[in-house]
Design a protein around this ligand. Structure first.
Ligand code: AMP
Length: 299
């Protein structure tokens, strides 16, 4: 396995690669969610690049950039166990943001201004800037993103479309712990009690899924049921719950097409995202979209 830390070396290595290249961008502290993306890239492509970079520009001034968990030795071990053929790109901050850096990529409109865009001003500008920079350096044919960060995935898709970038963005389902908690590098912040309380997020999504399977299509009723469940757990502060169009992330009144149910619960300072794609009975949806519905943990 090759570990590259400079942009120049990464560009030189890329120039030598023949065949298709898959990119899995991560901030490290890898778990099974990240590894599912890497496995898919290994299966789809001749070469796989995994980037490990905690991107400072997507964190707000009072967020957890400094204390974000990092363990590169462990990350490299996990990747090596998957394949010896992976190229790891793990640059320092000043490699990605040299002093004269000015190449910001910023989208506008509701897709980047709602939800995470509203609660974390500047977050998506940081995301689109770093992803565009990684795409320019690595020139992947495919890039793999998790449904875990549903809004980010759709923002990246919009960026690729607007800039006309020659990259296929592949969406991968949320990987969960056996009890339903969506895997996240930030789960290490949770105390035992908070870890248990956080399960209300995935439980509320399952509940909504059952309502929809039983024929409920009124978006406000579905959201109200989710909000009620989450608010009944005193350790969790509900920042938002919403049911939106799966593609545009605009509000819907009636679930007559695939929807995206978003919840964000805060436990102390830790913000936990979860979501489920809801496809009402009888509505058509692509195979990829169907793969993104809540996958129940194995009994
Ligand atoms: P991060 O390191 O948190 O920036 O995540 C890197 C990539 O892994 C993003 O595309 C995430 O959406 C994806 N990811 C994170 N957690 C999960 C999960 N539990 N299941 C699937 N993908 C995930």
């Amino acid at each position: 396995m090759r570990v590259i830390t400079t942009v120049a070396e990464m560009q030189a290595a890329r120039a030598e690669l023949q065949g298709s290249v898959g990119l899995v961008p991560t901030m490290g502290y890898l778990h099974e969610g990240h590894l599912s993306l890497v496995r898919r890239s290994l299966a789809d492509n001749d070469h796989t690049v995994v980037s490990i970079f905690v991107n400072p520009t997507q964190f707000g001034p009072n967020e957890d950039f400094e204390r974000y968990p990092r363990d590169e030795t462990r990350d490299l071990g996990l990747l090596r166990a998957l394949s010896d053929d992976i190229i790891v790109f793990a640059p320092a901050v000043d490699e990605m943001y040299p002093p004269d850096f000015g190449d910001w990529v910023e989208l506008h409109g509701p897709l980047v201004e709602r939800f995470e865009g509203e609660h974390r001003p500047g977050h998506f500008r940081g995301v689109t800037t770093i992803v565009a920079r990684l795409f320019r350096i690595i020139q992947p044919d495919r890039a793999y993103f998790g449904q875990k960060d549903a809004q980010q995935l759709r923002v990246v898709r919009r960026m690729v479309q607007e800039l006309g970038l020659p990259v296929q963005v592949v969406a991968m389902p949320i990987v969960r712990e056996a009890d339903g908690l969506a895997m996240s590098s930030r789960n290490v912040y949770l105390s035992r009690d908070d870890r248990a309380a956080a399960l209300v997020l995935s439980r509320s999504l399952r509940h909504a899924e059952r309502l929809v399977a039983a024929g409920e299509t009124d978006a406000s009723k579905i959201v109200a049921a989710v909000a009620r469940m989450v608010r009944a757990e005193p350790r969790v502060f509900l920042e938002y719950a919403a049911l939106v169009d799966e593609q545009t992330m605009e509000d819907i009144e009636t679930l007559d097409r695939p929807g995206l149910l978003l919840v964000l619960g805060r436990l102390g300072k830790t913000r936990l995202l979860d979501n489920a794609v809801l496809i009402p009975p009888g509505v058509e949806a692509s195979e990829e979209l169907r793969s993104l519905v809540y996958v129940p943990p194995k009994p």
